[in-house]
Write a protein that binds this ligand. Sequence first.
Ligand code: FES
Length: 104
Amino acid sequence: MALQKLGINKKDLKEDSPTGAEAGGKKLAVVLHKGKVFAIYAVCTHEGGPLEEGSMDGDEIICPWHSGAYNIMTGKADENTNWVHDTPVYKIVEGADGALSVDM
Ligand code: FES
């Protein structure tokens, strides 16, 4: 387990409003969803759209470029947007003070 600090505090996140972060040389989209924090690889598998600028629809994050949809908890691509493929998600660890780290 290699925890990397994200420099984001849970209290600064707004529900279903993706935020960009970087850890381990990877761009991540960090989302507070249903009170839990999730992190997904932010570079869209289609043409590299920025998922941190996307929006949430139910449990899915939607790419802002061509609306590819991924489950924010599993990284699974929605079969209705089959121009995108499954993508990695990372476990978030919350410190006592709300500071977020990612397990990469
Ligand atoms: S770049 Fe994300 S759907 Fe096309």
